[in-house]
Design a protein around this ligand. Structure first.
Ligand code: TEU
Ligand code: CA
Length: 538
């Protein structure tokens, strides 16, 4: 087989910079801290890191509200610190992806400060401004994900501006050509600096319907989003006009063309659309002219990745986006850690990362999942996330997956580096710190290393086709095939023993390095609770 590009089937380790490693004791993780820990990240065997935003920001949404795209927030360090991080990462063979938040800026960004000043300035249409209805109410019924109307009244311009997220995150107007140019320049700035790619925040929110038509209500039977809480009115609306607009395709093509001027770079677009997600992933990744990959939400939901759900997702992918390139994740900085979200017993965690490492697509791992971390309990008094504060207690927000990374079980703040971190270190997590697991051959950390290595050892697992997926109760089986080698994968995603039949032929256990991998025997393999079998055809 042909050697794939680094991102094809690549494993990307997501770092949330506020919570990874604090190098100067101010309670907030920073770029120097990340650099100090890159040896550890490289030791996992991943291909790349994705660092959540570290740009200048008032931190209303912890960096997803950018006030200067071309500088590092002093809290996180300097551009020189970033260059040092990049050098060190490259020296270790790690690609570096940065998180560009182009759909909106902070309300403190000079572009917005200028835009809101009056209706005549050069940047007056850089954001989405609209007059009120005759009765003074907002221009339409669009809602903000973080609560309330998506429109905020501005008493200077006597107009409303659009914000899909916080009121302090005004939406840029992509219908304005200058906005597109300015954002492409931002991408160029970082490509020139040497980054290997972008995780692009909320790419399907770039454009809105110019006519500002009302969104329809979501039919009752489709109100089943388990990603975001149903206490949030946003999840009762079908966002037909406020996102995923057709004009987006042309802009993604411009972004891709720019990226293609550089060698071996990749774009990972985040598509948040509960109704049309997979189909949009297809449109955005097929034909190699828009995104390289799209970040998929199917396994970030409250619904567990059961055998039948995994099969349904891949079946839908086969019809809705046959040539699409998904990038899967079970956990990230926005959702409850999967061990807790799916209420998994510890014994289930190895099976899940093994599944992730054998499914077709690329994969993102979220810092701390390699330790088997569960969601931390964060008391209301300690909450930082505005989304959690808005919808407490029905929805507790995103702080429980953002508590500091645990490095040393016995050290102050578990080795994170400050007496008082911005979110409290979870004592349960401290007991599972990296140093403890390094010293314990049975710890899940070692399983992560071994299974990441297993994926890289078989091209079929990196980029091969995925065939014959079957779900039968808790048993999930499929084949990966690169034309030269066939790999059989079977998972027992439940607590009772099952038996799987292997396809005809002679099969050998390919996962001998993984503790607990089942051995095929006589055309069958018996799988205990949460056991799996990875076998190659001889
Ligand atoms: O998230 C986009 C998104 O759709 C999320 O808001 C998601 O629905 C929610 O967080 C689920 O709990 C991205 C970033 O990942 C997120 O951290 C930012 O807050 C958001 O964009 C705005 O930039
Ligand atoms: Ca710091």
């Amino acid at each position: 087989g042909q050697k794939p590009e680094w991102w094809q089937g690549g494993v990307i380790y997501q770092i949330y910079p506020r919570s990874f490693q604090d190098s100067n004791g101010d309670g907030i993780g920073d770029l120097r801290g990340i650099t100090q820990r890159l040896d550890y990240v490289a030791s996992l065997g991943v291909d790349a890191i994705w660092i959540s935003p570290f740009f200048k920001s008032p931190m209303k949404d912890f960096g997803y509200d950018v006030s200067d795209y071309r500088d590092v927030d002093p809290m996180f360090g300097t551009l020189a610190d970033f260059d040092a991080l990049l050098d060190k990462a490259h020296g270790l063979g790690l690609k570096v992806m940065i998180d560009l938040v182009m759909s909106h800026t902070s309300d403190q960004h000079p572009w917005f400060v200028e835009s809101r000043a009056d209706k005549e300035n050069d940047k007056s249409d850089w954001y989405v401004w609209a007059d009120p209805k005759a009765d003074g109410t907002p221009p339409n019924n669009w809602l903000s994900i973080f609560g309330g109307s998506a429109w905020q009244w501005d008493s200077r311009r006597l107009q409303y501006y659009l914000h899909n997220f916080l009121t302090s995150q005004p939406d840029l107007n992509f219908h304005c050509p200058d906005v597109q140019e300015a954002l492409l320049d931002v991408a160029r700035f970082w490509l020139d600096r040497g980054v290997d790619g972008f995780r692009l925040d909320t790419i399907n929110f770039y454009f809105h319907d110019k006519e500002l038509r009302d969104n329809p209500a979501l039919p009752i039977e489709e109100r089943n989003s388990t990603i975001a809480p149903m206490v949030n009115p946003y999840n009762h609306q079908y966002h037909l006009y406020s996102k995923s607009q057709p004009e987006n395709l042309a802009f993604l093509e411009r972004l891709r063309a720019l990226t293609d001027e550089y060698d071996a770079r990749a774009c990972l677009g985040e598509v948040g659309d509960a109704q049309r997600g997979l189909q949009i992933m297809g449109e955005y990744t097929e034909g190699d002219k828009r995104m390289h990959m799209c970040y998929a939400f199917e396994f970030l939901e409250g619904r567990r990745a059961t055998a039948s759900w995994v099969k349904e997702v891949f079946d839908r992918l086969a019809t809705e986006a046959p040539d699409g390139w998904p990038c899967w994740a079970f956990s990230n900085h926005d959702v409850v850690r999967h061990a807790s979200r799916w209420d998994l017993p510890d014994e289930a965690l190895p099976a899940y990362v093994t599944l992730m490492m054998t499914m077709r697509g690329s994969a993102c791992l979220y810092q701390g999942e390699e330790l088997g971390l569960r969601e931390a309990d964060v008391a209301f008094e300690d909450l930082q996330d505005p989304y959690g504060i808005e919808f407490w207690p029905e929805f507790k927000g995103r702080d429980g997956c953002r508590t500091p990374m645990v490095w040393q079980a016995q050290a102050e703040s578990a080795g994170f580096g400050a007496e008082k971190p911005w979110l409290p270190v979870s004592p349960d997590q401290a007991a599972m710190a990296v140093d403890r697991q390094e010293a314990d051959a049975d710890a899940i950390l070692h399983h992560y290393r071994k299974v990441i290595a297993l994926r890289h050892a078989h091209l079929a697992l990196m980029t091969g086709l995925q065939n014959d997926m079957k779900a039968d109760g808790d048993l999930l089986t499929f084949l990966r095939d690169d034309g030269e080698k066939t790999v059989f994968c079977a998972f027992n995603l439940g607590g009772a023993a099952v038996t799987a039949d292997l396809p005809a032929g002679a099969w050998a256990n390919a996962a001998t390095s993984l503790d607990g991998a089942a051995e095929p025997e006589g055309g069958k393999v018996s799988l205990g609770p949460w056991q799996y079998c990875i076998a190659v055809k001889e």
